[in-house]
Design a protein around this ligand. Structure first.
Ligand code: ZN
Length: 70
């Protein structure tokens, strides 16, 4: 018997936030809010989600900061 088990990083787009000027790339764009989590998968099916956090990120350079989560 053999199992395919592993951790996968997962991101989910929660939609646009508002227009901001990025302190890293200095572009003014509509930022995105994303939820990042780690998923334990068995046969590629997620069975456990941990480390969930919510980030606002710049769509140009993908830098951002954490705004919530647990
Ligand atoms: Zn940026």
């Amino acid at each position: 018997m053999f199992f395919i088990i592993g951790w996968a990083k997962h991101s989910r787009d929660l939609g646009p936030v508002d227009e901001r000027t990025c302190s890293h790339c200095h572009n003014t764009t509509v930022w995105r809010r994303v939820e990042l989590s780690n998923r334990l998968t068995l046969f590629f099916i997620p069975i456990l989600t941990t480390g969930r956090s919510v980030w606002d990120i710049c769509p140009v350079c993908n830098r951002g900061y954490e705004v919530g989560g647990r």
